[in-house]
Design a protein around this ligand. Sequence first.
Ligand SMILES: Cc1cc2nc3c(=O)[nH]c(=O)nc-3n(C[C@H](O)[C@H](O)[C@H](O)COP(=O)(O)OP(=O)(O)OC[C@H]3O[C@@H](n4cnc5c(N)ncnc54)[C@H](O)[C@@H]3O)c2cc1C
Length: 293
Amino acid sequence: MRRFELLEPASFQDATRILAQEREKCLIIAGGTDLLLRLKKREISPDILVSLRKVPGISFFGEEDHSLKLGAFTTHRAIEKSQRIKTAFPALSDAVGNLGSIQIRNVATVGGNICNAAPSADTVPPLMVHDAKLKILGAGGEKELPLADFIKGPGKTELKKGEFLTEIIIPEPPPLTSSAYIKLTRRSSMELPLLGVAAQLTFSPERKILNGRIAISCAGPFCFRPRAAEALLSGREIDVTLLEEIGAEALKESKPRDSFRCSAKYREAMIPILVARSITRSYERCFRKEEKP
Ligand SMILES: Cc1cc2nc3c(=O)[nH]c(=O)nc-3n(C[C@H](O)[C@H](O)[C@H](O)COP(=O)(O)OP(=O)(O)OC[C@H]3O[C@@H](n4cnc5c(N)ncnc54)[C@H](O)[C@@H]3O)c2cc1C
């Protein structure tokens, strides 16, 4: 591995200054679980790695304006252990609970998972159905961007040189809302998804769907929301006909391909099944919660 310098600024101001000055030579390092592998394989060769670990406010849980805020350096393990996330954002809890191993989850961060922009990133489908926004800081100031507009392709994001992710903002879901993330793998741990599907549904007291979001990963160059399938959800009750319609529509909007991990045909067969499962699980979670004495 090529030698590099590690800088650990103690404030957002210092981090912004360093990243602006050294923009061509440096990269952010968070947990390093993706980055260090790429360094070892010599896919990248930065002169400087900038860790934000010592910056106050880069790893936290907070509440503001009816939203949950997560610092970009919050680890998957901290999210997994959060009862608040399990209750309000169960799809995200599903995703981090089965990401890598405990050792990986102890160091790897949610911001790293998003910024790495792998098509298989486990936190992206849940955060998309939770309608997450990202706070980005750079020499030009601060801006907010929906996660849905952030990832542009495998390894490609909207981040400009010198910019970095500081926060993930997740709006509080309305009442009678629940969600689920289903990860398809060949074994039960330490594996990236062959497919990942998240759903978040809001119901009326009569159990009709008021609003629904679906996000699918590993079925295209980046995670996407099948909008035509989502449009079929509104005003409907969950039954076999609806699940079949949504699954078929979601498949039409997907572009799975062959990879060394599985064939496009297998992915095509599994997309409708995973979409139906994520919807059913969201429904069951929502009303199981309701029916508790
Ligand atoms: C054994 C193993 C198993 C794994 N299993 C899974 C799995 O099941 N599911 C899954 O989704 N992933 C998995 N991964 C991949 C990896 O652990 C995750 O993607 C992790 O969340 C990356 O976070 P990190 O903090 O380690 O990021 P890093 O490796 O530090 O950074 C990743 C990229 O994001 C950039 N970056 C990081 N933070 C910021 C920021 N705040 N602003 C701007 N850019 C930033 C870095 O410059 C780098 O390009 C696995 C990895 C390993 C080694």
